[in-house]
Ligand binder design. Structure first.
Ligand code: B12
Ligand code: SF4
Length: 444
């Protein structure tokens, strides 16, 4: 078994909190008596950057920066970068957390490592590896066996590629039990045996949001919205044990003075009974804690549970409404009608919860009438839509069954619809999150 593994995340990535995915993997390996360190190069170089670069760093989908970031680092922070490279070379296995936004830089750094060492083993995991897998299988090839240049290049760079959840395949690989070069969705059957991440070797004070902690109650999703790539990341929906989440809150409140807890689940209400237990657990242990999460619209969600969510300290919920047109909601496979959405939002309001909704315009098959109906829905229901959290034109994701040609890049009309929608919500005095208007539009 290799003696040492270093898990890394390269820029550009969201730098405000320590990397949850790597902390989960680290904890799992430690529980199996494998020592594992984390090197967060994203946070390290973000902290070194000047105000102008920091501002660019925080823009979503900043393709221009994603392409240039390594050159910038090598130009301005060569000494610090070389120290990082030396550190990586001191390990037998280096694992990289791959996102679309850091995939270029990850591959470039891998080449540098392989130039310097013939023995080092490279492992790639993270959502971008899943995306690459779906992208290549969609055209009849799988990662690592495809003949397409990019796929085969990924396979030559990495000794082992993990599609989906990382804990089990990484452990199996380190034990020498994974004979295939690519692991596909080799998930833990249950999350109940997992220890909570302790972020060994990382300092919360190095992160801008140092009073907040990200955590997960569940993995996967119970819904199947047709546009969504997030549901493809995991095969099964599973929750952690409530007692473990309570221990996690308790530990980080004490150890690092964390005040706010942000659930990074795809949806916090995948299992209503477990969510009720979680809220009750928080109430019993602490009275309340500050927490926020993403919530799906479900007509079977009792008002009593929403009140309990509020009582346990939830300060904000991000609700994926996506459209107010019945026809579009059906095409999206959202599983509720506009009428049910209204009933749900009313219940949220009467429970005294703070929340905002996200919207997609220009969905494939959306007619002008559907679009106007959706907009009218939002304007009519202003009293139960306290905030528009996010508006984006439809964006295609690899692995979904939808047509790539529907993407905003091919449809000027959906960009115009978005502008019109934004103009209307401004005119009608809606609150909105400026940074999330059109944040999926790639900035070149
Ligand atoms: C919370 C969240 C955010 C937050 C915080 C970001 C953050 N720090 O993670 C905010 C709101 C800021 C955000 C922003 C964006 N996000 Co976001 N976000 C998420 C979300 C919901 C949770 C991320 C998370 O921590 N998950 C929990 C951890 C445990 O999972 P994980 O990191 O994936 O790690 C596991 C595996 O991937 C694997 N793994 C990971 N690394 C490695 C490494 C090795 C070596 C191995 C073996 C395995 C492995 O093992 C881990 C444990 O099982 C995910 C979707 C999801 N459900 O995961 C999207 C997701 C990460 N976001 C995504 C996107 C596209 C964005 C934005 C571009 C979109 C936007 N709205 O503007 C921006 C980009 C910001 C930036 N500059 O980086 C995509 C990324 C797709 C891709 N191919 O890169 C995802 C996957 C959603 C999707 N569409 O599928 N996001
Ligand atoms: S509820 Fe959210 S994560 Fe689940 S499939 Fe729908 S959009 Fe995706």
């Amino acid at each position: 078994m290799p003696r040492s593994i270093l898990l890394c995340i390269l820029p550009v990535f969201w730098p405000k909190m320590p990397p949850l995915g790597l902390a989960c993997l680290q904890e799992y390996l430690i529980s199996k008596d494998i020592s594992c360190d984390i090197l967060d190069l994203n946070n390290l170089f973000y902290n070194l950057a000047d105000a102008r670069l920091k501002k660019e760093w925080l823009k979503s989908c900043n393709i221009a920066l994603e392409r240039e970031i390594l050159k910038i680092i090598l130009r301005i922070f060569l000494k610090e970068f070389n120290l990082c490279l030396d550190k990586m070379l001191g390990y037998e296995v280096v694992g990289f957390s791959c996102f679309k936004s850091n995939f270029d830089s990850t591959q470039q750094v891998t080449r540098m490592l392989l130039d310097k060492s013939k023995n080092i083993k490279i492992v790639y995991g993270g959502p971008e590896i899943s995306r690459q897998y779906f992208k290549s299988t969609a055209i009849g090839k799988g990662i690592g066996i495809g003949r397409e240049k990019q796929d085969s290049e990924i396979a030559t760079l990495a000794d082992f590629l993990v599609v989906g959840e990382g804990e089990k395949p990484l452990y199996d690989y380190l034990k020498g039990e994974n004979k295939n070069r690519v692991s596909r969705f080799n998930e833990l059957h249950s999350l109940s045996g997992l220890n909570f991440p302790k972020y060994v070797g990382l300092k919360f004070d190095d992160y801008p949001a140092n009073d907040a902690l990200s955590l997960q109650f569940s993995r996967g999703c119970v819904k199947r919205c047709s546009f969504c790539s997030e549901r493809l990341l995991y095969k099964g929906f599973r929750t952690r044990r409530v007692v473990s989440v309570i221990d996690e809150l308790s530990y980080h409140k004490k150890a690092s003075g964390i005040k706010n807890f942000i659930f990074f689940d795809s949806l916090i209400n995948g299992d209503l009974k477990k969510l009720e237990d979680l809220c009750q657990g928080i109430i019993s242990a602490f009275g309340k804690v500050n927490w926020e999460a993403q919530l799906a619209i479900r007509s079977d969600m009792p008002g009593g549970l929403l009140k309990k969510i509020k009582e346990s300290g939830c300060y904000h919920l991000f609700v994926g409404l996506e459209s107010g047109s019945g026809r579009v909601l059906k095409m999206m496979n959202k599983g509720y009608s506009p009428k049910e959405a209204v009933q749900f939002l009313r219940k949220l309001k009467s429970a005294g919860l703070s929340y905002g909704v996200s919207m997609i315009v220009g969905y494939p098959g959306e007619s002008q009438e559907d679009f106007m109906e959706g907009l009218d829905f939002v304007l009519r229901n202003k009293s139960i839509i306290p905030k528009i959290e996010q508006i984006n034109p439809y964006t295609y994701y690899d692995g979904t069954s939808l047509d790539k040609q529907g993407d905003y890049k091919f449809n000027q009309e959906s960009l115009e619809k978005m502008q019109y929608f934004v103009q209307k919500i401004r005119e009608h005095g809606f609150k909105y999150t400026r940074a999330f208007l059109g944040n999926l539009i790639e900035k070149c």
